[in-house]
Design a protein around this ligand. Structure first.
Ligand code: TXA
Ligand code: MG
Length: 359
């Protein structure tokens, strides 16, 4: 049985588009076709894939991850002709988005067909679909010949994996295999947008920004639950769970630069006095200050305030590193919410479990 089995690792060069039938892809695709669960790289994070048309296969994803069964999965397609297998209808604005951003980090919620396994959609009559922009993912899905349901390949609640090593840290022995294609590029998950309503609504901010979509389809709504302190329950089932969280207690502090620093110092000093191992999620700009600070044990740099793409790419690896170093109390700074900053701040707020202070 897979749960205590051996996880096979296929190492694949990132240029499989030049050799689409390479032996490892063929082998991994056979596992998928036979109903096993296989992790693979996408341009956002690693996914944990199974045949989206088979409840028996998809059930193994939920078991391996420890994922609540009311949280639906994204279906990945490798070619345009697979779209009609999973979606019964594509509204005009959905079409425009796909043409503009597929393959890419955008998941579009559409009315589902009967062929999609009921476990994939957690009983909803809609399905999230995306075509990932990664040569290995595309080659693997095409070779498998079926749409592939794939959530992020982490244990439920943990930060999403951006390397095969992260996948193995969470799922070794619990899944049939991992295709190792190196580190992923975008670093945060795809944007989830519901086009079954008009105007369409962003259910999860991600790799494609609101600023990129509005020139293509006009005004786009945001799930009201994103507003800080919002009382609304999120529309996307997955967004209500604690996610992306390090083991340590994490806090975010936002506000005017010097006040933020002062507040962070107070908090870290107190934690230190209570005997906790302390950490700061810093940027290149602030790291030198914290590195020489008596109250801080571990300083991890997530990138530069002026490069949100770099921050998105590093974010999950840094959150996992706090765990590896057994940091118990973490304080981080915040980022502007424009562009990719909306996704970065959404993940940080979840990692902090809502512990956000404004000074
Ligand atoms: O970048 C990504 O999207 C990665 C890679 C592997 O493709 N996948 C990913 O999947 O992040 P997952 O399962 O971790 O997140 C899927 C999100 C959840 O928040 C889920 O609730 C939402 O998409 N979702 C899926 N189907 C939905 C539906 N029919 N209606 C509303 N939300 C849906
Ligand atoms: Mg996930």
């Amino acid at each position: 049985m897979e749960m205590n089995g051996v996880t096979k690792v296929w190492s694949v060069d990132n240029d499989v588009e030049n050799q689409p039938s390479c032996a490892q892809i063929v082998d991994a695709a056979r596992f998928l076709r036979e109903g096993a669960v296989v992790a693979f790289p996408t341009e956002t994070v690693y996914g944990l894939g199974a045949n989206a048309l088979s409840n028996e296969a998809v059930e193994k994803i939920f078991t391996a991850k420890g994922r609540p069964s009311d949280n639906p999965l994204i279906v990945h397609i490798g070619a345009w002709d697979q779209l009609s297998t999973v979606a019964s209808e594509v509204p005009e604005k959905g079409k425009k988005l796909m043409e503009a951003f597929w393959p890419g980090p955008l998941t579009v919620i559409l009315p589902k067909t009967d062929q999609v396994a009921s476990l994939v959609t957690a009983g909803l009559d809609s399905v999230g679909v995306r075509m990932p922009d990664h040569p290995i993912a595309l080659a693997l899905i095409k070779e498998a010949g079926v749409p592939i349901a794939a959530p992020s390949a982490n244990r439920s609640g943990r930060p999403s994996p951006t390397t095969a090593a992260h996948v193995l840290a969470d799922l070794d022995g619990r899944v049939a295999g991992v295709v190792d294609g190196g580190a992923t590029g975008v670093g945060v998950e795809s944007t989830v947008i519901d086009v079954t309503q008009d105007p369409p609504m962003i259910l999860r901010p991600g790799g494609i920004t609101r600023e990129q979509m509005e020139p293509v389809i006009g005004y786009v709504e945001l799930d009201p639950s994103f507003q800080v302190g919002a009382a609304e329950a999120p529309r996307s089932p997955g967004m209500k769970y604690t996610h992306y969280a390090p083991e340590g207690e994490m806090w975010l502090v936002s506000g005017e630069c010097e006040k933020v620093r002062g507040k962070m110092e107070d908090m870290l000093q107190q934690a230190k006095q209570h005997g906790q191992k302390t950490g700061v999620l810093a940027t290149e700009e602030t790291a030198p200050f914290w590195q020489s600070h008596a109250s801080v044990d571990v300083v991890l740099v997530v990138g530069s305030q002026s490069d949100l793409e770099g921050v998105a790419q590093q974010l999950y690896a840094v959150l996992r590193e706090f765990d590896d170093q057994e940091v118990q109390y973490i304080v981080g700074e915040t980022f502007p919410r424009n562009g990719l900053g909306m996704a970065v701040m959404n993940r940080l707020e979840k990692a902090a479990g809502g512990r956000v202070l404004s000074v």
